[in-house]
Design a protein around this ligand. Structure first.
Ligand code: SAH
Length: 214
């Protein structure tokens, strides 16, 4: 395996408490450098988010691992990935065996992500949609899991509604500059207590069920 990638998995993920072997194996397999702008490729395995254009970022590896772990996937599930960005998280989910629908509001990012996913060999396993992900993707619902890679002021109702029974929605919730990564489970009694998670800082989720401006 690419030595930098192996180091990322050991030092940034395993050493910091990521225990899901399926997540660790997927992140050891996906070539993150293909999802980073060419000029920043040398920095692809840094412990940081990196700019991808349109004032957006590819998430820090640790946050991708945290989100993917909190989804508790076993393989074969239908998953919605909100905020395609670079396409990296969608690739990790596909590598874990999920059937991935990913939605991005900025058309040029969606286009780049599609090209990167194809170059990395995930073209057939991820469908990229352009639109407001706060509204989910009703035509493809229900989803066993939904991952949101942008900060929301609260739980977008449409996303909860599109979860299958027992399904998990993982998203950063909070004000613009600091959030907590939360997991919400759909149950017959309504949303099961979202548990307070890791402090984080994501770009805003912009749309009808998110923030008004970017
Ligand atoms: N998962 C991405 C992280 C991208 S950052 C990766 O691995 O690279 C979050 C992304 O969410 C940005 O690209 C931003 O444009 C997008 N976004 C923000 N609000 C959105 C919305 N309402 N619907 C879909 N995408 C949105």
């Amino acid at each position: 395996m690419q030595p930098e990638r192996r180091k990322m998995v050991e030092r940034q993920l395993r050493a910091r408490g990521i225990e899901d072997e399926r997540v660790l194996a997927a992140m050891a397999a996906v070539p993150r450098e293909l999802f980073v702008p060419e000029a920043l490729r040398k920095r692809a395995y840094e412990d940081a988010a990196l700019p991808i254009g349109a004032q957006q970022t590819i998430s820090q590896p640790y946050m991708v691992a945290r989100i993917c772990s909190e989804l508790r996937l076993r393989g074969g599930e239908r998953v919605l990935d909100v905020g395609t960005g670079s396409g990296y998280q969608a690739a990790v989910l596909a590598e874990m065996g999920a059937e991935v629908h990913s939605i991005e509001r900025v058309p040029e990012l969606a286009e780049h992500a599609l090209a990167a996913l194809a170059a990395a060999g995930y073209g057939g396993r991820v469908q990229v949609h352009v639109g407001d992900g706060t509204q989910g993707l009703p035509e493809e619902a229900p989803f066993a899991a939904i991952a949101v890679a942008a900060a929301a002021p609260g739980v977008p109702e449409a996303l909860y509604d599109q979860l299958a029974e027992g399904g998990r929605l993982v998203l950063p919730i909070g004000p613009r500059h600091r959030q907590l990564l939360q997991a919400v489970v759909r149950s017959p009694e309504g949303p099961a207590a979202a548990r307070a998670g890791v402090p984080c800082r994501f770009v805003p989720l912009v749309g009808a069920g998110g923030f008004q401006k970017g």
